[in-house]
Design a protein around this ligand. Structure first.
Ligand SMILES: O=P(O)(O)O[C@H]1O[C@H](CO)[C@@H](O)[C@H]1O
Ligand SMILES: O=c1cc[nH]c(=O)[nH]1
Length: 287
């Protein structure tokens, strides 16, 4: 018998809901769309035939419902991999821990999780408003240093190469998306390795008023070859999702609407329309 997880480590409300998501195990589907922006959640559930549950908890907004016979949840994380860590851990707890005994279930469930998010492209030849599916992601944040997690030899050598060529004072991490889910998103999507940054400005090489440590970061990283394919875009969650999904045994894929092109200095004329197109494309593929 596994040890009971203490009340302080897995926090469950008297109503049987997990702490941050404020969800009960019955409230999540096996197919889950994750987004950064809480206001994107109702825009996605507007395409559902029926919405069963709507829960707001800080930036974590969840709508669960159905399209035809397919049950789907859409959940917002807010920005950054720190939010991704608690979202993925609590989602996993909802399906893989028995809340009554506070012990892991004998049979583990694997969720299918799809990120729909915006992103800035670092390759000049990829057009603005294009879609890109992340084959893998490089994390410039420290999240994975807190897990006992071994990268593959290839990922380790790619991380070390990026660290050396950019002169970073820390080693990034690299994790791949689900090959099974990637195969579903081949049409209409560019493919590339996504760079996940712990911020929108300096960590993505943007300088407004003050000098930054890596001002040529987008160009420098766009030129690095690691054997995983070229680095194509910056955003703030994918590497955390991919690494957490790998550790917890879930399938994960990240779909990006490329609303900025950094080398060209351009920004989408209608980013909301691009995101809506990506939502419709993703839903059609998932359902
Ligand atoms: O459009 P979302 O999903 O929020 O994703 C991207 O946009 C935010 C930054 O503007 C970050 O969260 C980044 O990952
Ligand atoms: O450039 C961009 C655009 C969207 N999201 C990001 O994190 N970076």
């Amino acid at each position: 018998m596994s040890k009971r997880i203490p009340d302080s480590e897995l926090i469950i409300s008297p109503q049987g809901r997990v702490y941050h998501l404020n969800l009960h195990p019955d409230m999540v589907a096996e197919d889950i769309i994750v987004v950064g922006d809480p206001e994107r959640v109702p825009k996605i559930s507007a395409y559902f035939d029926k919405v069963e549950h709507q829960v707001n908890s800080r930036e974590l907004v969840t709508h669960t419902g159905t399209i035809g016979r397919k049950r789907l949840s859409v959940i917002s994380s807010g920005m950054g991999t720190d939010n991704v860590e608690l979202l993925m851990t609590e989602l996993d707890a909802l399906v893989n821990i028995d809340f009554a005994t506070r012990t892991p279930k004998r049979k583990q469930q694997s969720l299918r999780i799809y990120r729909i998010g915006t992103s800035g492209c670092i390759q000049p030849d990829i057009p603005i408003d294009a879609f890109l599916v992340s084959t893998a992601a490089l994390g410039l944040d420290t999240l994975m240093a807190f897990y006992k997690w071994e990268q593959s030899e290839q990922a380790e050598s790619a991380s070390l190469k990026v660290q050396r060529l950019l002169g970073l004072p820390f080693k990034p991490y690299l994790a791949e998306g689900s090959k099974e889910l990637l195969a579903k998103f081949s049409e209409e999507f560019y493919q590339g390795v996504t760079v996940t940054a712990p911020g929108f400005y300096a960590p993505q090489g943007r300088a407004l008023r003050k000098p930054i440590a890596f001002p040529t970061l987008p160009d420098d990283i766009a030129k690095i070859e690691t054997g995983y394919g070229r680095f194509t875009n910056f955003e703030m969650e994918t590497a955390g999702y991919y690494a957490m999904a790998k550790i917890l045994g879930h399938q994960m894929i990240s779909l990006n609407a490329l609303i900025a092109n950094r080398p060209n200095g351009s920004f989408s004329a209608n980013h909301e329309a691009t995101v809506d197109r990506l939502i419709r494309k993703a839903i059609t593929t998932i359902v």
